[in-house]
Ligand binder design. Sequence first.
Ligand SMILES: Cc1cc2nc3c(=O)[nH]c(=O)nc-3n(C[C@H](O)[C@H](O)[C@H](O)COP(=O)(O)O)c2cc1C
Length: 157
Amino acid sequence: MVVGEELRSLWRRFPTGLAVVTVDVEGERLGLTVGSLVSLSLEPPLVGFAVNRTAALHELLRRAGRFVANLLAADQGDLAQHFARGVPPIAIWQGISVRDADGPPKLEGALGWIECRLAGEHAAGDHTFFVGEVLEVEHGPPDTRPLLRVDQSYRAL
Ligand SMILES: Cc1cc2nc3c(=O)[nH]c(=O)nc-3n(C[C@H](O)[C@H](O)[C@H](O)COP(=O)(O)O)c2cc1C
């Protein structure tokens, strides 16, 4: 039996890129910082990430059936913190620049954006692993650097 704290402390030493997954359900918009986003397949193009079953995004994502994975840039540590903090819904978009008027919000200044249709989900303990089929990919400026999380701090590559 793996001790949770031991596992958590090892994962903290293992660097991950960060993304904010955003959804829009009839104008109700939400975002969540995730370190679990992975590329799963190119044919067809699939991505996946895990969401805590208690997270506010969990049910909204199911209802939305669509999401954008905003891959964060090196200078977006504040955004990663913002969308990890459980900000009350009324304040969540205050002062946040988004690119598109319709659909899941695209955060300004990101490394890139992956727009997906929800294609499946798998129970994974206290999380659900969601799979998305990629509909659209967009790159930020080529000189944009990614944001990393390691040793409980945000780092630029
Ligand atoms: C670096 C980092 C990575 C995270 N990765 C995930 C993740 O992959 N899945 C997840 O459900 N929560 C992840 N979280 C936690 C959520 O962002 C968030 O803090 C938590 O779910 C509270 O949100 P809630 O108020 O909507 O419940 C991460 C937090 C941080 C700071």
